[in-house]
Write a protein that binds this ligand. Sequence first.
Ligand code: SF4
Ligand code: SF4
Length: 290
Amino acid sequence: MVFSPRQLTVVSGKGGTGKTTIVGSFAALAENKVLADCDVDAANLYQIVIPEIIERGDFLGMQIAVRNEQLCTKCGKCEEACRFDAITVGQVNEMACEGCGFCTLVCPENALHMQQMSCGEWYVGETRFGYLVYARLIPGAESSGRLVTMVRQKAEDVAMEHETPLIIIDGSPGIGCVATAAIADVDLALVVTEPTLSGIHDMERIAGVIKHFGVPMVVMINKADINEENSQRIRDYCRNNDVELLAELPYDPTVTEAMASEVPLVEYRDGPVGQGIREAWSKLEQILDV
Ligand code: SF4
Ligand code: SF4
């Protein structure tokens, strides 16, 4: 039988719900796993697990027009042809170029060609918790589901190579293509939410995406004690939708100190939040059978 690692993705409907704090603690609790930070717009898991980079590569994005100034006679035909106002006789605007290639066809001097641009870098790092795969987009580059897919594929390659039974994915917040690319085809999605009206709304939206992909889902409430009424709404949602509520973590202001101190919360301070995360992890081990 072909070896295939189990995959858990941790997502939230929006940023700032404590998702990475939880994934950082799972990194410390899970025995044998590969970590994949697919929050490519704001990757920060590396700040908790501190990788030593052992492999890196370019993430190539779309093609844009590049001009050979030696050949250009400044005739202006490319400027006339470009529907996106991305090229003048003076310069090519890389941010505006849509990569259609039309200007290369009209240039009488063959002074233009298309070139694939680097939009970011991916990394494989070794940490004291196992391997971490992550990526960084060049500032201004469009976030990309393709980069998330690349990070996931690298994580799978590493897991296959080392026969690691589990991949823990830190997903992107929201429901855009970057978030959905971290959900497709995983074995379980954990939604981290907060008891606010927007938190509930965001949870319901991401739950719709998870359901669309046919992925089983569980929920954790972070800062559950800041609003009992809304926490009860989340409990009701879980019960009505047959979703397991793994844990309710209380509010603890020292959680942000753990992030700043660059160690997983369960190592920094094993208070009620750490305890809740430990209990959630034992349940996840059972659900994932790892
Ligand atoms: S069409 Fe070609 S030669 Fe004319 S301005 Fe553009 S790049 Fe230069
Ligand atoms: S590739 Fe298309 S969008 Fe880019 S500069 Fe040429 S014509 Fe304009």
